[in-house]
Design a protein. Structure first.
Length: 338
């Protein structure tokens, strides 16, 4: 027997308002064909005014608790780069909305890699005996941070939330998280960042420009780093858990651009038909992207018990992370807004 964190429940959601490529092409100079060909994205969902990241996180969190058949956990971790407020953390508010007052909750900031970072943190707490069950949520609302004059970001990002319940179990069980490979590269922090709101910008005392409130991204460079880091991290992870690329039944990578996913799969020699693609329906949902893709694949029957699943994520920071599991027999409901 070896104590490990086991996936016990999964839940995800997108807000109600679907935004297709036609609508995006009325905001920035682009068109449906360019977006589909260059990114694979067909639509995304944007939250209505008045909705905050924590609201989406609470819905996904509730669905994950229902999926696991539990009503309480020992910790709530919220991975987000778009918290309700810069301070305090949003996780306590989410815990409260879920009837979990008193349970420790904290935010984790690792951009699009945040969910996998959250899984590792939860797995560590479970392995150490600090927790029996942890709720890990990834949620972001980037739609209000998109520069209406920047077609690189406006076409990609969508809002959403996804969550998992991890429970203490045995490393030999289906659903056990078998290992982790995480990394970061702060030298490349300027490839994707939000200029306003932090101590760097405040201490420079430069006047705030409108554009400082919007996500700044150097798409081409991010693309190259994403391929290199996701492939490298995935290969390191496979080595550490004793799998080969041929063992991987489903490859679930961060959903930013289908060309990135296919290139990573090609580099690793994982057949493209084993790549889970969800960005066509929801765009890049940042920290929510992996649990949203998992939920959709489970509901659609693309993920079935016993399959070997590799997760890998990448985002601003730069930050990246991978983990692997055999898919457990869990009940999962759809991502639509109830
Ligand atoms: N619609 C139409 N044309 C566009 C366009 C758009 N939305 N965006 C760029 N173009 C044009 C450019 O002006 C350029 O034209 P030119 O050749 O006449 O100069 C051409 O298309 C190629 O531009 P480029 O920036 O090289 O496009 P790209 O193929 O790199 O695609 C991204 C841009 C943003 C889709 C792509 O770089 C990407 O997905 N990057 C990764 C982003 C990511 O992973 N983010 C998540 C981590 S934060």
């Amino acid at each position: 027997m070896s104590r490990a964190a086991v996936l016990a429940g999964l839940g995800a959601m997108v807000p109600e308002r679907a935004v297709d490529n036609e609508e995006i092409s009325r905001i920035v100079d682009t068109d449906d064909e360019w977006i589909r060909t260059r990114t694979g994205i067909g639509r995304r969902y944007w939250a209505d005014p008045g909705t905050a990241t924590g609201d989406l996180a609470a819905v996904a969190g509730r669905r994950a608790l229902e999926s696991a058949g539990v009503d309480t956990v020992d910790q709530v971790i919220l991975a987000t780069s778009t918290p309700n407020r810069p301070m305090p953390a949003t996780a306590p508010e989410v815990a409260s909305a879920l009837g979990l007052d008193g349970v420790p909750g904290f935010d984790l900031s690792a951009a699009c890699a945040g969910f996998v970072y959250g899984l590792q943190s939860a797995a560590g707490a479970i392995a150490a005996g600090f927790a029996e069950r942890v709720l890990v949520i990834g949620a972001d609302i980037w739609s209000t941070r998109l520069d209406p004059e920047d077609r690189a970001t406006a076409i990609i990002f969508g809002d959403g939330a996804g969550a998992a319940v991890l429970r203490a179990g045995d490393a030999a069980e289906p659903g056990a998280l078998l290992g982790f490979d995480l990394g970061s590269d702060g030298a490349n922090r300027d490839l994707a960042f939000l200029p306003a709101g932090g101590s760097r910008q405040r201490s420079e005392r430069a006047p705030l420009r409108d554009a400082d409130n919007y996500l700044a991204m150097r798409g081409k460079e991010i693309f190259t780093h994403a391929v290199e880091r996701m492939a490298g991290s995935s290969e390191a992870l496979l080595d550490s858990v004793g799998w080969t690329a041929a063992d991987v039944d489903r490859f679930v990578g961060h959903q930013a651009n289908v060309r990135i996913l296919h290139t990573v799969a090609d580099v690793m020699t994982v057949p493209r038909e084993r790549v889970v693609v969800h960005l066509d329906k929801v765009g890049n949902t940042s920290a929510a992207s992996i649990p949203l893709a998992l939920t959709d694949a489970a509901v659609e029957g693309r993920l079935t018990p016993g399959q070997k699943v590799l997760l890998t994520s990448f985002g601003g920071g730069l930050s990246w992370g991978s983990t692997a599991l055999s898919w457990p027999d869990i009940k999962v409901s759809g991502i639509e807004t109830a």
